[in-house]
Ligand binder design. Structure first.
Ligand SMILES: O=c1ccn([C@@H]2O[C@H](COP(=O)(O)O)[C@@H](O)[C@H]2O)c(=O)[nH]1
Length: 494
């Protein structure tokens, strides 16, 4: 039974109605519905929450936000409140204005002009923010907002939700160090509406069964340190590849980070071989160990369009992305043709391409005009691995700025060091072997540990270290292990 007494509070500013009245009102305005609904995931659900409609009922908005405020008062103190976009934004606003809490807004995507901020509002590192949400199912929406706040060194210890669907969100958030408080659970809603004669027993039973059968497993992606357990709020959370997949908005970057986490690899193979058969053999053999296969398609002596068709199949089979290392370097109009046409028709099959920043922003604009509609992505070459290269001084900084102006298409950099702390950018580094060294033409090699752990880049590009090894699969496994262990080491020490 619900503890009605505990939920009853006097009506008025800074108070809330009792929970029964609140649930009834939500039911009456269609914010809670029972029937047969197809969820975004394709799953059939007997219950559906549409809490967006609350904004049409100002009194109810105040009431709901007051319930949220009361539920959040559990001894923790907060400097600010932030709603998960979009439904919880007005609820957070009501809490903020009624209780004089500064509010923060998390943008769904960073602005493409001005400050580029993801979090709007005034805050300082170490502030504690209460996250507000309307409904929690798996907890992933709350987590996304938490990660964005933590990225700005704002701490989150608690979140509050109007309805906990009891499908695993609370447990998942607990694994990330977040206490989830709820105004009501789905069990309570069923009980209130059942007692009021608003729901048939078989609807209640079906809904309970659905909730029981559709629970998400908590799966701790965010690394937790002993200090987190001890509640030290000044700690900046380390973002895993999986966390970054959730944060970034470009589908190619999202896929890339997800693949890196799932396949446990930050290895890109530079498949610098000269026949189609060799390329396909290598891609099939090494595919399970890589997140990216990098090509120089113009060194294939027997190129035929079938080759890229077969390569695309292998990319799907093994779950890697294709990156044609074309290094575009001309004016916008020319690179458009080079990217879309000619013998290779690169934009038809290569998920990622790269370009020099040297010609200025027109090169990115030109490539973007071809690639954006195909959902392709671009890397800008900020730093090179070869001795005596001229990409020095402020060149990398200017490249970063150019990327920021085109972050709907540019997902990161070819670089020798980390250029930005923004977790959206992918830092990819060529010139990697298991031991330091150089070749006879100026190529310089760092080790996977130096690249990933010390220089904090994300992906190692390895060519001859694999292609010239006695057994390319054995070599690829060794680089995969070295690269991923270096990443785990970095996670430990950050
Ligand atoms: O600065 C750069 C940019 C690109 N590359 C490319 O990476 C591979 C490296 O091959 P290795 O055999 O591992 O040396 C190659 O395709 C280059 O074109 C780079 O090395 N440095």
């Amino acid at each position: 039974m619900i503890d009605i007494e505990a939920a009853c509070l006097p009506v008025g500013m800074g108070s809330a109605t009792n929970l029964n009245d609140l649930v009834l009102k939500l039911f009456e305005i269609g914010a809670v519905k029972f029937g047969n609904f197809t969820l975004k995931s394709g799953i059939q659900s007997p219950v559906y929450f549409d809490l967006r409609v609350i904004i049409s009922y100002p009194d109810l908005m105040i009431d709901v936000s007051e319930h949220l405020y009361q539920a959040s008062k559990t001894g923790s103190t907060y400097q600010s409140v932030c709603g998960v976009p979009y439904t919880a934004l007005p609820l957070a606003t009501c809490i903020s204005t009624a209780h004089k809490f500064p509010m923060l807004i998390r943008r769904k995507e960073a602005k493409d002009y001005g400050t580029k901020k993801i979090i709007e509002g005034h805050y300082k590192p170490g502030d504690v923010c209460l996250v507000v949400e309307d409904v929690v199912t798996s907890g992933s929406s709350v987590l996304e907002t938490v990660l964005s706040l933590q990225q700005e060194e704002i701490n989150v210890t608690d979140a509050v939700v109007l309805v906990d669907r009891e499908q695993g969100g609370k447990d998942m958030l607990k694994t990330k160090g977040i206490k989830l408080h709820s105004v009501c659970t789905i069990t309570q809603i069923l009980e209130v509406l059942g007692n009021m004669g608003k729901l048939e027993q078989d609807v209640i039973n079906r809904t309970k069964q659905f909730i029981h059968d559709n629970r998400f497993n908590p799966n701790g992606n965010v690394k937790r340190s002993p200090e987190d357990e001890g509640g030290d709020r000044s700690i900046k959370r380390v973002l895993t590849y999986g966390d970054r997949a959730k944060l970034c908005s470009h589908s190619v970057a999202k896929f890339l980070f997800t693949t890196m986490e799932d396949k446990q690899t930050n290895l890109a193979l530079s498949a610098d071989v000269t026949t189609g058969a060799e390329l396909l053999r290598l891609a099939d053999a090494v595919g399970p160990h890589i997140c990216i296969l990098k090509t120089h398609i113009d060194i294939i002596s027997d190129f035929k369009p079938d080759l890229v068709h077969d390569l695309s199949h292998l990319a799907e089979k093994h779950g890697f992305l294709i990156f044609e290392d074309r290094k575009f370097a001309d004016i916008g109009n020319t690179v458009k043709h080079q990217y879309s046409s000619g013998v290779y028709r690169i934009s038809d099959w290569s998920h990622i391409i790269n370009a020099h920043a040297l010609p200025g922003p027109g090169i990115v604009q030109g490539l973007k005009e071809v690639g954006l509609v195909k959902d392709r992505a671009c890397l800008l070459i900020a730093e090179m691995s070869s001795k005596g290269n001229l990409a020095t001084g402020d060149y990398a900084k200017a490249t970063l700025k150019m990327a920021e102006e085109h972050d709907d298409f540019v997902i990161g950099f070819i670089t020798q060091s980390k250029l930005s702390n923004d977790p959206n950018w992918v830092h990819i580094t060529p010139g990697v072997k298991l031991t330091r060294g150089k070749d006879s033409l100026g190529q310089q090699y760092l080790t996977p540990r130096e690249v990933i752990c010390d220089k904090e880049c994300d992906i190692i590009i390895v060519g001859r270290g694999i292609t010239e090894a006695e057994d390319s699969v054995v070599a690829a496994k060794a680089f995969q292990e070295a690269g991923y262990n270096a990443y785990l080491e970095r996670m430990q020490k950050t």
